[in-house]
Design a protein around this ligand. Structure first.
Ligand SMILES: [Zn+2]
Length: 230
């Protein structure tokens, strides 16, 4: 993998016996890629990721994969709260919802795909654990956002994308979200609607309204079925 070295001091050791089993996608949410790389490598910022992928496809390497980079913040997935400890984080340059969210250029997505395949060749990350920041921190985050081409990644072998729909979700929708991994519990100070929006942003981006309609149920049922087989 051809990367530009842009080392960040913002990392520490992964806790012992913690497998890397999540691949976490972000957008940078800053006006330029240069500004994002500067921040991710600034000791005062105390944030980082393992990689940043610029809009032209340039890949910057910040933190070795065996170290814990600081990208997820307060987060939750499937019972785990230290998502940094068990994940590889990729920042994808995009101004984000604050500065003019736009679709991701083809060259950038090609680089994200190549990088992700490379990462997945080294770590046993199940498809259902290729996630966005908004999946693990729905109350705080909306990245990488509804333009992120999850389906294109899945077609390349990265993550899940159910093409089919299941007729029946045999549990209440919120129970299904919880079973899939979403953090939905009283102590998480997040509403059902917020988590449903996070679900939609990833899996049904054409309508993000926090309402679990029949299509959402069918997609979630398909995801739960796919997870059982992965
Ligand atoms: Zn993020």
């Amino acid at each position: 993998m051809e990367c530009v070295a842009a080392p960040s001091p913002n990392f520490d050791d992964r806790p012992p016996n913690t497998p890397v089993d999540i691949l976490l996608m972000h957008y940078t949410g800053m006006e330029t890629g240069a500004a994002a790389v500067a921040r991710l490598t600034d000791p005062a910022a105390r944030v980082s990721s393992h990689y940043t992928v610029d809009e032209d496809g340039t890949i910057y390497a910040h933190v070795p994969e065996d170290k814990r980079a600081w990208h997820a913040g307060v987060s939750y997935w499937a019972g785990a709260r230290d998502i940094n400890a068990r994940s590889i984080g990729i920042e994808i340059v995009n101004p984000g919802h604050e500065f003019g969210y736009r679709s991701f250029p083809d060259a950038q997505i090609a680089a994200v795909i190549a990088l992700s395949l490379d990462i997945l060749s080294r770590h046993a990350v199940p498809p259902e654990r290729v996630l966005g920041h908004s999946d693990v921190a729905p109350a705080r985050k909306t990245d990488p956002g509804e333009f992120f081409p999850w389906r294109a990644l899945a077609l390349a072998g990265i993550g899940l994308w159910p093409e089919g729909r299941e007729r029946h979700l045999d549990v209440p929708f919120t129970d299904g979200l919880r079973a899939f991994g979403y953090g939905l519990a009283p102590d998480m100070e997040v509403t059902d609607a917020t988590v449903i929006e996070a679900f939609q942003r990833h899996w049904r981006p054409s309508r993000i309204d926090g309402v679990a309609d029949g299509e959402c149920e069918a997609i979630l049922a398909a995801l739960l079925k796919a997870m059982d087989f992965s």
